[in-house]
Design a protein around this ligand. Sequence first.
Ligand SMILES: [Zn+2]
Length: 301
Amino acid sequence: MKKRILLTLASLLVSLYASSTQAAPVKVVVTIPDLADFANRIGGDKVTVYAMASGVEDPHNVLMRPSMVTKLAQADLFIVMGLDLEHAYAPALLAESRNQKIQVGKPGYLDCSRGVSVREAPTSLDRSEGDVHPHGNPHYNTDPGRMRVVIGEIAARLSEIDPADAAQFQANAKQLTAKLDAKIVEWKQKLAGKNIRFVSYHPVWPYFAERFGVQPVGTIQPKPGIEPGPRYVDELIARMKADNIRLIVKESFYSDRLPKQIAAATGARLVSVPIQVHGTKEATDYIAFMDAVVNAFAGKE
Ligand SMILES: [Zn+2]
């Protein structure tokens, strides 16, 4: 009798354990908040999502914290933008986590750039002058068309890790993509026919430009991540005057000292623009972020 009770208890414990592991959400860690927004919308209550970047900082320079290693150590899936956007912090933290499931090449590691056509791809790898875009431009989150591809990649990888909930992931991804497609039409209409030519602080916008027909004509940084000297700034001002460039786009985390100086010298309109979700307080999710970007470029009607 006693033996039977013990057996019953044991099998009860086993089934309790099984059901709790089945129900455990997939633990996802991402680098930028854009990826967190997508993972949350696709994963719903089947995932928990932790973003390393808060969104207000330069995405190339996210401050490393010990809590990030703890999150990575427990993660089932680590999602990055790739193209070395996270070069300054992600590889070191990933190594430190010692989590074999999420190392490069494992099913728990997703580099979203692998399905995306890259702009400004270099002919040779060169970090010699501090260029922070050695594999091409990593700011493809400014193109909602490329982010459609990312949505598909995240849904596919979540489905691989948690096949029982694959149908829900696919349905959520489909809904999110449809919403994004409708917004792309709206954003294109807002920017159509405006012939917007602009100078930005950092080369963030080639993907956005390709999608929406605006024209980046120069950057305040002579090379990605390199601050300009006075002669470079003077030359930029002269060129903006000669070419009648009327817009300066300052990515929100940069100081406005130089942009204000250049705006005063040229009479160009200066806007501060988020380059990722939570980059400004309006940018509460991916669509709100892109709304803010499009409105800043389009200006007041
Ligand atoms: Zn960059």
